[in-house]
Write a protein that binds this ligand. Structure first.
Ligand SMILES: *[C@@H]1O[C@H](CO)[C@@H](O)[C@H](O)[C@H]1NC(C)=O
Ligand SMILES: *[C@@H]1O[C@H](CO)[C@@H](O)[C@H](O)[C@H]1NC(C)=O
Ligand SMILES: *[C@@H]1O[C@H](CO)[C@@H](O)[C@H](O)[C@H]1NC(C)=O
Ligand SMILES: *[C@@H]1O[C@H](CO)[C@@H](O)[C@H](O)[C@H]1NC(C)=O
Ligand SMILES: *[C@@H]1O[C@H](CO)[C@@H](O)[C@H](O)[C@H]1NC(C)=O
Ligand SMILES: *[C@@H]1O[C@H](CO)[C@@H](O)[C@H](O)[C@H]1NC(C)=O
Length: 620
């Protein structure tokens, strides 16, 4: 925590009228000299944020700026992430060596030793749970690294890759259980994009990763998926987002030209637009929230015919973001982290449905590198087969989930949206048990890569982020009440059998990498995640409320809800969302993140309490 520097305050006051360039990394206004230097190097838009003066009464901005009035760029897109624990690199900022001074074993080797590849379904969560966490991760951390090795540097596994310092492919061990038969020797990967490798700050300083989306849970993946993209998605009529209709179904569109990722592009061409073309889960949620925005805007327009586009857009967005936060914090996360734990950690309210306000303007809005990193653990509970069901919930067939990756256009074909939607809330996800689905492990990105192992990449990324040892995170997560030095210190969360497996790949406990440790931890009681994931997620989730001036439960934010409106938002649920905008969703279980049964049976959508939008009607 820190207090606002006087200099920033002065500049705020002086520059009330015109947009100001801020250094994206420093968060302070650029001097004329700095600006000139960036312009000369043609990196002004890469290294600086151009921010209109803040107005403390305005709506939440889509680019995340001006959330904190003292640090206008903090929380905006392309600003730095922060680290919960200090980085641990080699002297030259290369990945560190083991404690005995050796290179670490290949990431794939470690993964092969610690994760079992196979099929195992969970007894509680639906496939949509794994999809939602993916979508939520993209809200706060962009997936641009993937594009980097698929589009910009398709050669990392080839000879050419050896001379490109951005390439960091993962080599496959000679006696790999799968690839000794396939002949493949390498998975594509690039090093993370940092302020250093984009030329903004000196090389030879601790690599600082760039967050290309806003820091807040504000549906960046819909409203501002890249810098300045809002005007590509708004139709500027009736508060709506641009859409196109195919066979009676509404899909996101950037209809200004014919480059939409949905239907106008032939399936064979793939799609080059960043978002919403990602993995299946995020494509589904993007489509649903996109439609929901338009649904809400239409409800508001019906109630208040004199509202202009601007007011309809921002009011609808405020409702949609609040709905999404309510659903994330009060419905989804309690299933994952345990409701009692969350109440105890003060991430959610216990029995009250009223307002709450824990905003602290002295805390700089940033997202922890470790939050995004720990979220990658959820790849191991992803079930690889997407099941399709007809409207009577009869099984039709299954399609590898990866077949939908980066080919969002396929969702617009025939009945796919209905049958996939139904499957995603009817089928269980993968079990949290150190087992990973074969598709995730071998063809994780589907047809766009010959071979790809997501967990191996997850582990390897940690090396390039310079994350310290797993034991350091255990120290942190124990509140420093316990010191973790030897393998024996780890037995409270890791079984003896798994400790043996760790010993096969790491010489000392200090060598254990964060993701490797997480993979072998026992899931904690009353929750669905390993303890270190619980700790790193909870840490950020609470901070995300504290840093957000526009948090929907605050009574003192611009355009705050009144009490009655907040009670309507409290009805938010995944089932309700799908009843509003899902394709042919007529029946659904009220708790759609958990599987049907045990008091959570399919009911008609009429039985799910809907939002009464008349609370947004303005009295004349
Ligand atoms: C750091 O090195 C990379 C190449 O590895 C280069 O592209 C970048 O411009 C350098 N950064 C600075 C500030 O010189
Ligand atoms: C976009 O597609 C429509 C028909 O699908 C066509 O009429 C129009 O000319 C196209 N626009 C451009 C810019 O290619
Ligand atoms: C909202 O709509 C109601 C009628 O539905 C009307 O009386 C009121 O004037 C409208 N207010 C605005 C600001 O449009
Ligand atoms: C709400 O919880 C508090 C303690 O957290 C308790 O004192 C109070 O009685 C509860 N109220 C209701 C209505 O359950
Ligand atoms: C999934 O993709 C693979 C590779 O492109 C293809 O061979 C297979 O037929 C697809 N499966 C289904 C069910 O569409
Ligand atoms: C690496 O990426 C390129 C571009 O997407 C792709 O053509 C190539 O097959 C990938 N290599 C492997 C081993 O998957």
């Amino acid at each position: 925590m820190s207090f606002l520097p006087i200099s920033i305050l002065i500049i705020l006051v002086v520059n009330l009228a015109k947009a100001v360039y801020y250094d994206s990394w420093e968060g302070t206004p650029l001097t004329d000299e700095q600006r000139q230097a960036y312009e000369n190097a043609n990196i002004l838009s890469t290294c600086a944020n151009n921010i209109q003066p803040c107005d403390e009464t305005e709506w939440r901005r889509t680019d995340g700026s001006c959330n904190n009035l003292y640090y206008p760029t903090r929380g905006a897109y392309h600003t730095p992430t922060f680290r919960i624990l200090p980085a641990d690199f080699r002297e030259d900022f290369e990945p560190r060596l083991t404690s005995s001074g050796k290179e670490y074993p290949l990431a794939r080797h470690i993964k092969n030793n610690l994760l079992t590849v196979g099929l195992a379904t969970d007894a509680k969560l639906t496939q949509l749970s794994a999809y939602y966490i993916e979508f939520m991760a993209i809200d706060v951390v962009s997936a641009h690294d993937i594009l980097n090795y698929i589009v910009d540097r398709p050669y990392c596994c080839k000879e050419e890759g050896k001379s490109d310092p951005m390439c960091a492919p993962n080599f496959i061990p000679e006696f790999d259980p799968v690839h000794r038969f396939s002949g493949h020797k390498c998975f594509n990967m690039t090093i993370p994009m940092t302020f250093q490798n984009l030329g903004c700050i000196e090389n030879g300083t601790t690599p600082s990763r760039i967050d290309f989306t806003t820091t807040f849970f504000d549906l960046s993946n819909i409203y501002e998926f890249s810098a300045g993209s809002l005007n590509q998605v708004r139709s500027y009529e009736g508060g709506q987002l641009k859409y196109e209709v195919v066979n009676g179904r509404q899909f996101p569109s950037d209809a200004s030209d014919n480059t939409t990722c949905f239907i106008k592009q032939a399936i064979s061409t793939g799609c080059s637009r960043n978002v919403p073309n990602g993995v299946l889960g995020s494509n589904l949620f993007t489509t649903w929230f996109w439609r929901f925005h338009n649904y809400v805007a239409q409800q508001l327009a019906n109630l208040n015919s004199s509202w202009d586009d601007e007011r309809l857009f921002y009011t609808a967005r405020d409702i949609v973001v609040a709905f999404h936060l309510q659903m994330f914090y009060y419905e989804f996360l309690p299933e994952i982290l345990g409701k009692d734990n969350m109440i105890e950690d003060e991430i959610i309210l216990g029995n009250s449905t009223g307002f709450r306000d824990i905003y602290d303007e002295t805390v700089v809005p940033q997202i922890a590198l470790e939050y995004a990193y720990a979220s990658r653990w959820f790849h191991t509970i992803q079930y690889g087969a997407q099941k399709l069901f007809d409207k009577n919930f009869n099984f039709i067939k299954e399609v590898p989930m990866v077949n939908f990756s980066l080919s969002v256009q396929s969702l617009a074909v025939g009945d796919i949206m209905s049958t996939v939607t139904r499957g995603s809330y009817y089928q269980a996800t993968g079990k949290a048990d150190s087992t990973v689905d074969p598709d995730i492990s071998d063809i994780g990105l589907g047809p766009v890569q010959e071979v790809f192992d997501i967990p191996t990449t997850d582990l390897a990324k940690g090396r390039y982020f310079g994350l310290p040892s797993y034991t350091k995170y255990r120290d942190f997560c124990s509140g420093y009440s316990k010191k973790h030095v030897d393998f024996d210190d780890l037995t409270d969360h890791i079984s003896d059998e798994k400790i043996q497996q760790l010993k096969q790949v790491y010489e000392t406990a200090e060598d254990i990498e964060l993701m490797a440790g997480i993979w072998v931890e026992n899931v904690i009681e009353g929750a669905q995640v390993p303890p270190t994931v619980h700790c790193l997620l909870s840490n950020q989730l609470k901070r995300s409320i504290i840093i957000d001036r526009h948090w929907y439960e605050r009574p003192n934010r611009p355009h705050a809800f009144n009490y009655e409106q907040l009670q309507e938002i409290r009805k938010a649920s995944l089932a309700l969302l799908l009843c509003y905008v899902g394709d042919d969703v007529e029946k659904i279980q009220p708790k759609a993140f958990t599987i049907v049964g045990k008091g959570n049976n399919l009911v008609s959508c009429d039985e799910i309490p809907a939002i009464d939008f008349t609370h947004w009607k303005e009295e004349s």
